[in-house]
Design a protein around this ligand. Structure first.
Ligand SMILES: [Zn+2]
Length: 404
């Protein structure tokens, strides 16, 4: 007797119809042979695509649905043609934190996480601002939400010193407190500091913290229209020096699009040495990391949602198919093989980037799956609809439980 049996599934890169038996949170059987045992719930996929659930490695979850609280100045500054005003945008967007309060943050967070569940986006690395304005309000709210959604949407809370470490005295202590409260990941944004020396201090301080708490690191690097930014390289070098291979993740790296090519190739090699992935969100800025070239160089790349209705991006619904659909246009990745690559970039690649254990559509893999209303990846992206069924930790999610 299984918990769930999925019949007639189309799998990616596989011929024929497949049957998937799920029990105790795991995929027990994945076979073309008929499965005769009974199951609590039988789903006939009818030849539709069944895949791993989606993973979002980058979401500013404490800021979701704050767009109404902002004026348009921050959005205009971030999205200026050359991204010269990225730092101004962050300073303008910080205004929302003057009245940060769990009372309004938590309902917004819940709304975003329910949407994530409906859209089969079951693992999220969520950034919580830690600075003199937000203090620990965002971290506490996201930790609460993490516990509420455990087993439905897994949230990794990343304590994130959005306004800098050297620029914002007292942030290192606040970051320590955030880790003591139970944050999962140490964040960073070294490029925001005023000097190269301060950028290095930022990276070193956050690295010390990650080592002390034995956590991964996620840093927003080189996120402005300045070809001379070097914090991606600095993070990779520090990661290699500390022997923390596979424990650091780079986000944005938009200045990469302006790097001279020989420098880009050196940095790409360092990233491979550090087993450090790059998260790109091409829809949230006019500049973005050199995704196709990184892929050609054999680097690990994934896509992120980044923002949902805040000072940096007005849309978003935690739907990673929608993110891939947008990226398909922005990156000109519209051939069938490129669509498959994009699909990897919202499933297995991000799972690797944030070290999710036992992720994947395989026997004895964790049963986090989506049954789509589409025969193939092209159709899935064309309509980017919510899956027909979402299975999280071996349990079928019901929309009625997750709607507001
Ligand atoms: Zn971001």
């Amino acid at each position: 007797m299984y918990d769930i049996l999925i019949k007639n599934a189309q799998l990616r890169h596989k011929d024929g119809r497949w049957n998937i038996a799920i029990e105790k949170g795991l995929i027990q059987k994945l076979t073309r042979q008929p499965i005769r045992a009974k199951a609590g719930k039988v789903i006939d996929a009818g030849g539709n695509l069944v895949t791993e659930s989606y993973v979002n490695t980058h979401l500013h979850l404490c800021k979701v649905y704050t767009l109404e609280r902002m004026d348009a100045k921050a959005l205009n500054a971030y999205h200026g043609a050359d991204m010269g005003g990225a730092m101004t945008a962050i300073e303008l967007a910080a205004r929302v934190k003057a009245d940060y309060n769990e009372k309004w943050i938590l309902p917004n967070v819940r709304k975003a996480l329910k949407l994530a569940a409906l859209n089969g986006n079951l693992h999220i690395r969520a950034f919580a601002d830690v600075d003199s304005k937000a203090k620990l309000i965002a971290v506490k709210a996201l930790l609460k939400a993490r516990n509420e959604f455990k087993g439905i949407v897994d949230v990794q809370v990343c304590a994130f010193p959005q306004d800098g470490v050297v620029r914002e005295p007292g942030t290192v202590d606040l970051m320590k407190e955030a880790m003591d409260l139970g944050a999962d990941v140490v964040g960073g944004i070294p490029w925001i500091e005023f000097t190269d020396k301060d950028e290095q201090i930022h990276i070193d301080e956050m690295m010390k913290l990650a080592i002390a708490y034995n956590t991964d690191i996620s840093m927003l690097v080189d996120d402005a229209g300045d070809s001379t930014l070097k914090t991606l390289e600095m993070l990779a070098v520090r990661t290699i020096e500390e022997g923390r291979i596979g424990r650091s993740l780079a986000h944005h790296a938009r200045a990469m699009s302006l790097y001279p090519t020989p420098y880009f190739k050196k940095v790409a090699a360092l990233l491979r040495q550090a087993a450090m992935g790059v998260v790109s969100d091409p829809h949230t800025g006019p500049l973005h990391a050199r995704v196709k070239e990184l892929l050609e160089e054999g680097n690990l790349v994934c896509l992120g949602q980044d923002d949902i209705s805040d000072a940096y991006y007005p849309y978003g619904q935690n739907n990673m198919q929608e993110v891939a659909f947008l990226a398909s246009h922005l990156l000109w990745m519209t051939t069938y093989p490129e669509m498959e690559t994009l699909y990897d970039m919202i499933t297995i690649n991000p799972a690797k980037c944030i070290n999710l254990p036992n992720f994947g559509l395989k026997e004895k893999g964790n049963a986090n799956l989506v049954v789509l209303d589409a025969k193939n990846v092209c159709e899935a992206f064309r309509y980017h609809k919510a899956p027909m069924h979402v299975i999280s930790h071996g349990k079928l999610l019901k929309a009625s439980h997750l709607k507001d």
